[in-house]
Design a protein. Structure first.
Lengths: 195, 784
């Protein structure tokens, strides 16, 4: 086990759905959220098994546009800008678990409207899981904005060393496909600086 | 040959503890895989083994966690060195055993992940062969969080060695594996596969394992292994430390031993001191092996279904006999339709799904394997694998993730000789039909006699009575008015002799009108006599009424909650049955069932084309317009589109049959490597709602498959979707291939990362930022 890894289950009731986030994902107005059936959230909550894994790592900037996380060095001007001024970073991953993917596949069989709506709910809940994990791992310290592979000029290939360092298969049953998609699909990796 | 199982039968047996932290203390640099030290510093490895033996461990595990050929080319050398290092520590000790340690592959198995089941078996098999060559006393498969990967490892161990196989899984705080399996499901799988001991390791400390160990003790007939971490890790001064001391650990282990744990040891963070204290704390406790459990269990990758008083329903709808639409789906590989049948039955409340794909003109084995895998991607119900062919059953049982029901064996020698070895190898609960070379005995006593003979033969293979469910067979009363009575009497006789009993209920009414009425009454009589499983159609209202009423009346429905929920569902349906919406209004509101109902009423008065032109198209145009104006949202638009598609489907039989799509076909696919398909599915629904014929190839589709579909269907429009920068090259490749072979085919592309410029650069004819744009382009292509 990599030293310094912290992991755990996220209590389901710790995840509050952010209506603004959900509205954005559904592409509807926030005031229309209330008219949606509560069953979307209820069926999702029945199948989620949210977990997180994370580590704190020393952070350095060996040259312009390069970020050294100790276990890997990443080339990205936008990530460097995001983390500028920090000496330590949090690297973490969260997942809602495999049950959600099955639920979405079931929804897709009956109706794409169901699938689309349920998918948006799941994404919003995954975002809540990210918030929870960051708050837990930061232990009260101030953090920078979060950054994920695929944002700005940070290549998606950064997923591999991050998930490896986190031993994400073991702690979250989270793996990458050959084209760098995460399974379970409602999973997020993130890096943020500790101030 | 040392016999670890004899040791476990005789006295409490102790495992060793953590390895990585001790190697780090001995100087292993952070980041260096511990297994490499087998080759470079074998003495250090031996020293750790020796310390554990001195602390009281009987089983020491080789330093081989995660050594498979895909990760280490020299895996055989590493394994040989690890075993040699362990043997150096054991010396002449007769009461210390070397366990070859195997962990997860690090990859996720299909259908969730990308590693094929047989490839996983092969990886483990190579390691097992190397370990057997090096000479070990047993194999321990540990820290497994996926039942499917566990099954692959166990099969590899059993197929390539005669060694005892122990398995410990990593459960979470709630007593489940990360891939969802609970304790009962895992026990059912592992006992079915014939492992020798099972249990729990890693994850967290012994302080949080009591409930899991109690549940293991409730279900397992095998010795129970408990190897916890020294609590949860935290970082202190840059080092990982664990929060449970050796003394506290030992105290918890004593509690777990009293709750039924048989074999004790440690995992991450534990040291020889933890084991020494554990031995001291538990050595004098009374020692007993788990008792034999009589439960009849079948399981999926998440949960087990236990036949225990409450009768259980097996959904019979996935069986092509007498179902033309299902036959067509099986021949055409229309998995969507078959999977919907599964989900529909699941929503009706069945506990198990029967899966039979026997058609003379298809490759039954291939279809069965594919369907079993795909079903396990959408439903967590246990499956009943149903085929006349033992070869088909063998393949399905091998890839099934869980302990299945198997339909069936019978009293013929030939049948028993073919089926029992399969159950012995892969695990399963058998439906046993009371017939043999002489046919079906006319009397209940005759059927009981066959059941007893089957049970005797099964016992000779080591298959217990609990893994047999007897089906005394039910003939139709239309040809023999005594048939139902004989079967009911057989049910009662079998129950008296302690058998589990199942029936295919609806056979009783074959050849008679209003079959549901007879089926329901017969079902009630059989339930009254103790029927455990009913193979039936959950869409039959009469039988479902009977089932819920029976459970409520027989104390099998706590506070009648299931009955109340069932009854409420029925009333809602009736209330819904009254609306007087027009077809057009129903489409506007996205009410699929109502739209179809109204459309079917309308075609009695007007032509189907009038329904399309006056109701559906105007309704769709209206929702489309509102969507553009942002007064209506995508989910609502989709619901309307789906309602419209359902109407088209229903009207198909009334509309003039067209030839090969008359130029309105559209081939859709998400490109190779990409598994996001919501966007593509949305486009599909909207295109269908406008009457286009969509050939949906699904996701992760190779360029060649798109080309083949174009050639086969004659469609002249293709839609490709990609959501990731990493899969854009696959889109480019598909466009290039299509343009090279069929210059006239037009291609529209879409997906989150696409831009107009990129679409133009790769030679696509249109970039569609959303689904309505795709509809507009399709209309332009086909309608000018």
């Amino acid at each position: 086990m990599t030293p310094g890894i912290i992991y755990g289950a996220i209590p389901a009731d710790a995840l509050a759905l952010d209506e603004a986030e959900l509205a954005a994902r559904l592409k509807v107005r926030r005031e229309d959220i209330a008219s949606l059936s509560p069953r979307f959230e209820a069926s999702l909550r029945k199948v989620i098994t949210p977990r997180y894994v994370g580590l704190r790592t020393p952070l350095s900037f060996p040259e312009k546009g390069k970020v050294d996380l100790g276990f890997t060095a990443l080339e990205s001007h936008s990530l460097a800008a995001c983390l500028a001024g920090c000496k330590e970073a949090l690297v973490f991953a969260v997942t809602l678990g495999h049950g959600v993917d099955r639920l979405l596949r079931r929804a897709a069989l009956s109706s794409v409207a169901e699938e689309y709506t349920e998918d948006a709910y799941a994404s919003a809940l995954a975002e809540a899981a990210v918030e929870y994990a960051e708050a837990t791992l930061a232990e009260g310290r101030q953090t920078t904005a979060r950054f994920s592979p695929g944002y700005g000029d940070l290549a998606l290939t950064a997923q591999s060393p991050i998930l490896e360092a986190l031993d994400a298969k073991r702690h979250l049953s989270l793996t990458l496909t050959a084209s760098l998609l995460m399974i379970p699909s409602k999973s997020v990796t993130a890096i943020c600086g500790l101030r | 040959m040392k016999d670890v199982l004899a040791h476990i039968r005789r006295e409490r047996t102790y495992f060793d503890g953590g390895f990585g932290t001790l190697l780090q203390a001995a100087g292993l640099p952070a980041g260096t895989p511990p297994v490499l030290w087998n080759l470079s510093f074998p003495d250090k490895v031996t020293e750790i083994h020796r310390a554990y033996i001195e602390a009281g461990s009987h089983i020491i595990t080789t330093n081989t966690f995660g050594v498979t050929p895909d990760k280490y080319e020299n895996y055989a050398d590493i394994i040989a060195a690890a075993v040699a290092a362990a043997r150096a520590a054991v010396g002449e000790r007769e009461d210390v055993f070397i366990a070859f340690d195997m962990g997860p592959t690090g990859k996720l198995l299909a259908p969730l992940g990308e590693l094929a089941f047989e490839d996983a078996v092969a990886l483990y098999a190579a390691s097992v062969k190397a370990a057997v060559e090096a000479g070990v006393d047993l194999i321990v498969i540990e820290t497994m969080s996926d039942t499917y990967e566990t099954k692959a490892a166990v099969l590899a161990a059993k197929e390539n060695s005669h060694l005892p196989v122990f398995v410990t899984n990593a459960y979470d705080e709630g007593g489940k594996l990360l891939t969802g399996a609970d304790v009962a499901a895992t026990v059912a799988l592992l006992e079915g596969l014939g492992v020798d001991a099972l249990g729990v390791n890693c994850s967290f400390g012994p302080d949080k394992m009591l409930q899991t160990v109690k549940t293991l003790a409730r279900y397992s007939s095998l010795p129970i292994i408990v190897n916890p971490n020294a609590g949860l890790p935290r970082v202190k001064g840059g080092r990982t430390v664990y929060d449970i001391s050796p003394d506290a650990f030992a105290a918890y282990m004593r509690e777990l031993a009293m709750a039924g744990a048989t074999v004790l040891g440690g995992c991450c963070g534990t040291t020889p001191l933890y084991i020494e204290k554990t031995v001291a704390a538990t050595k004098s406790l009374p020692y007993a092996l788990p008792t034999y459990k009589e439960d009849t269990l079948v399981s999926s990758y998440t949960h087990a279904v236990v036949a225990r008083g409450k009768p259980l329903l097996i959904g019979e709808r996935i069986n092509p006999t007498g179902k033309p639409r299902l036959k067509e789906a099986l021949r055409g590989g229309d998995m969507g339709y078959i999977l919907s049948e599964a989900v529909g039955q699941m929503e009706k409340g069945v506990s198990v799904l029967d899966v039979n794909v026997g058609l003379p003109d298809i490759d039954e084995a291939a279809m069965m394997k594919r369907l079993v895998t795909e079903l396990q991607g959408v439903t967590d119900l246990p499956l009943q694998l149903d085929s006349n062919s033992p070869a088909v059953l063998a393949e399905a049982m091998r890839v099934y993730n869980g302990k299945p029901l198997i339909n069936s064996v019978n009293g013929e020698e030939k049948s028993m000789r073919a089926i029992f070895p399969l159950v012995k190898r892969y695990g399963g609960t058998l439906i046993a039909l009371t017939m043999d070379e002489g046919g079906i005995p006319p009397s209940a006593e005759g059927r009981l006699a066959i059941a007893e003979r089957i049970a005797e033969n099964a016992a000779a293979y080591g298959i217990g009575k609990k893994d047999l469910v007897i089906d005394p067979l039910c003939m139709t009363v239309s040809s023999d008015t005594g048939a139902a009575l004989t079967t009911l009497r057989a049910v009662a006789l079998l129950k008296e002799r302690g058998f589990r009993v199942s029936l295919g209920v609806s056979n009783v009414s074959f050849g008679l009108p209003a079959r549901d009425k007879l089926n329901a009454c017969f079902f009630a009589s059989a339930l009254e006599r103790g029927l455990d499983f009913a193979i039936m159609n959950p869409f039959s209202q009469g039988m479902m009424d009977t089932y819920y009423a029976f459970c409520a009346l027989h104390g099998q429905d706590e506070a009648c909650l299931s009955y109340i929920a069932y009854a409420a569902g029925g009333e809602e349906k009736q209330a819904q049955g009254k609306p007087a919406l027009s077809c057009r209004e129903a489409v506007l509101r996205g009410l699929k069932e109502e739209a179809v109902k109204e459309a079917l009423l309308r075609v009695k008065e007007v032509s189907p084309l009038t329904v399309v032109d006056e109701d559906i198209i105007p309704a769709l145009n209206e929702v489309g317009k509102r969507f553009e104006e942002k007064t209506l949202y995508l989910p609502q638009l989709l619901m309307s589109a789906e309602a419209a598609s359902a109407v088209f489907d229903a009207l198909k039989t009334f509309l003039p049959q067209k030839g090969k799509d008359e130029g309105r076909g559209v081939v859709l696919a998400t490109v190779k490597g990409d598994i996001h398909d919501i966007g593509k599915n949305i486009v599909k629904v909207l295109l269908e709602s406008y009457g286009f014929s969509v050939y949906d190839l699904g996701k992760d589709v190779a360029a060649e498959a798109v080309l083949a579909a174009v050639e086969e269907t004659g469609a002249t429009l293709v839609g490709l979707s990609a959501l990731m920068t990493t899969t854009l090259p696959a889109m480019e490749e598909a466009v290039a291939l299509l343009k090279e072979r069929h210059a006239a085919v037009r291609i529209m592309v879409g997906g989150a990362v696409l831009t107009e410029e990129y679409a133009a650069r790769i030679g696509a004819d249109a970039y569609c930022p959303d689904a309505m744009a795709a509809v507009a382009f399709a209309k332009r292509c086909y309608e000018g």
